[in-house]
Design a protein around this ligand. Structure first.
Ligand code: UDP
Length: 389
C-alpha cells in the first residue's frame, strides 16, 4: 500500500537528519559518504534522513568553489603538491592557515548551516571541519569527523571541538592524538566502503560474462582514482608492450582526455576502456589484480575484494603512508616505474599461486564492516540504538 503524502511527511519529520559534508576533490570523499548513507539505511531502515553537500562546489566562494575542478591539474605536479602539503602540516601551522581563511568562508558556512538543519553533522573532508565547527559555536550539534586518508593524515583533519574522530588505522589514531584530539574521542574503525564490494552480486565468471570480458584470462584492472590521475597512460602502454596473456581493463574516471588517448592505442591484449563507472564493485570482483595510484578509497575497496595491488603512483604527503601500509601488509608492491609495474604484473599473471597468496594477504587487512560500524556510531551520538529497530 502506498503511504499518503501527509503520513510520509510525518514519518520524515520524525526521522533523524544526518548531514554529510564532503567534496569531489578526487573520488574518495564521495564514495565514503555514499557508503555511510547506504549503511545508515541498512543498519537503521527508515530511521535516518541523510543529506550530503559538496561544501566547496555548493557553498564556498570562488576560487575555492572550483576546488573539484582544480584538484586534478594541481596534483599533476606532485612535488609542488607535496611541498604545500607538508608546509601546512603541523598543529600550529594548520591552525593559523585555517584561521586566516575563515573570514573569507564565514558567510558561506553560516548559510550552509542555516539551510541544512540536521541532528548531527558528519564531515568527510579535511578542509571543512574547522570552519564548520567555528560557525556552530553558538548553536552546537553533534559533529563527527570521518577521516578518509589512511595513515599519513593531515593536521587539517583534526579539530578538537569534534565530538568524535573516526580513523582507518592505528597510525592515523596516533596522529590524531598528536594533533590534539583527546584519545577518548578517537575510534579506529576503517574506511567506509560500499556494501557491494563485500557482497558481490554474482560469481566472477558471471560478472565477466555480463561485462563482455573473457573468462579464460587473468584480468588486470588499472585505475587512477576518480579522475584518472598519475601516469596511467605510460603504465598502460608498458603493459601493452609486455604482451601478457591477460585481459587489461582501464578505468579513466572523469579524465576524458586520457580515455581518448588510450582508445587510440593499438592493443596487443584484450583491452576494455571505460570512463567514470558506477560498477567499481563488479569490476573488482571480476578482476585478479589491481594496478592503481595510492588512493585510500580504491585501496580499501581492493582489500575487501581480495585483490593484490601494484601501486604505481602516490601523491606526496597524504598518500605516502598508503604505499607503506600496502607493502608492510604484503598486500601488494610499490612500482613507481612502468617497467616495475610490468614485472609485478607479469609475475602474478604467470604464477597463480603467488597471485592467490598476495590476494589472501590483501583480504586479511580488509575492514568490510567499517561503514556499518560508523553508521552505528553516528546513531549512537543521537541516541538511536540498534536494539530499538
Ligand atoms: N571510482 C569510481 N568510478 C571510477 C573511478 C573511481 O567509482 O570510474 C571510485 C573508486 O571506487 C573510489 C574513488 O572513486 O571509491 C576514488 O577514491 P580514492 O580515494 O582511491 O582516490 P581519489 O580519487 O580520492 O584520489
Amino acid at each position: 500500500m502506498q503511504e499518503s503524502p501527509a503520513r510520509s511527511l510525518t514519518a520524515r519529520h520524525r526521522m533523524k537528519r544526518v548531514l554529510f559534508l564532503f567534496s569531489d576533490t578526487g573520488g574518495g570523499h564521495r564514495s565514503a559518504t555514499e557508503a555511510m548513507i547506504e549503511a545508515m539505511e541498512l543498519e537503521f531502515p527508515g530511521v535516518f534522513d541523510c543529506d550530503k553537500v559538496d561544501v566547496f562546489r555548493e557553498y564556498l566562494p570562488g576560487p575555492l568553489k572550483y576546488a573539484p575542478e582544480l584538484y586534478p591539474p594541481m596534483t599533476k605536479f606532485p612535488e609542488g603538491w607535496g611541498f604545500g602539503y607538508k608546509a601546512l602540516d603541523g598543529r600550529r601551522r594548520a591552525g593559523m592557515a585555517l584561521q586566516m581563511v575563515y573570514p573569507y568562508v564565514r558567510r558561506a558556512t553560516q548559510r550552509l548551516f542555516r539551510e541544512n538543519p540536521a541532528d548531527i553533522i558528519v564531515s568527510v573532508h579535511p578542509l571543512v571541519n574547522t570552519g564548520m565547527l567555528r560557525t556552530m559555536r553558538k548553536s552546537p550539534k553533534p559533529f563527527i569527523t570521518v577521516v578518509t586518508d589512511m595513515v599519513t593524515t593531515h593536521a587539517f583533519w583534526y579539530d578538537r571541538r569534534a565530538d568524535l574522530v573516526v580513523v582507518p588505522t592505528d597510525d592515523a589514531k596516533q596522529l590524531a592524538i598528536e594533533y590534539g584530539i583527546p584519545e577518548g574521542n578517537v575510534r579506529v574503525v576503517g574506511l567506509p566502503v560500499a556494501e557491494r564490494f563485500a557482497v558481490p552480486q554474482a560469481s566472477k565468471d558471471e560478472l565477466r560474462q555480463q561485462l563482455g570480458w573473457r573468462a579464460d584470462l587473468p584480468v588486470i584492472l588499472l585505475v587512477g582514482g576518480g579522475d584518472g590521475m598519475g601516469p596511467m597512460a605510460r603504465v598502460a602502454k608498458a603493459i601493452n608492450e609486455a604482451r601478457l596473456n591477460a585481459t587489461l581493463v582501464l578505468i579513466c574516471g572523469r579524465n576524458e582526455e586520457l580515455k581518448h588517448k588510450l582508445e587510440a592505442i593499438d592493443w596487443t591484449l584484450p583491452t576494455h576502456i571505460y570512463g567514470f563507472t558506477h560498477q567499481m564493485p563488479e569490476f573488482m570482483s571480476a578482476s585478479d589484480m589491481l594496478v592503481t595510484k595510492a588512493g585510500p578509497g580504491t585501496i580499501s575497496e581492493a582489500f575487501i575484494a581480495g585483490l593484490p595491488l601494484v601501486v604505481y603512483a602516490r601523491l606526496p604527503g597524504q598518500e605516502d603512508g598508503n604505499v607503506s601500509y600496502v607493502v608492510q601488509q604484503r598486500a601488494g608492491v610499490w612500482a613507481p616505474r612502468p617497467d616495475q609495474v610490468v614485472d609485478a604484473v607479469r609475475r602474478w599473471v604467470n604464477d597463480p599461486v603467488a597471485r592467490s597468496e598476495a590476494a589472501a594477504a590483501s583480504h586479511r587487512v580488509a575492514k568490510p564492516g567499517a561503514a556499518r560500524e560508523i553508521a552505528r556510531i553516528i546513531a549512537d551520538q543521537v541516541g538511536v540504538y540498534p536494539a530499538l529497530n
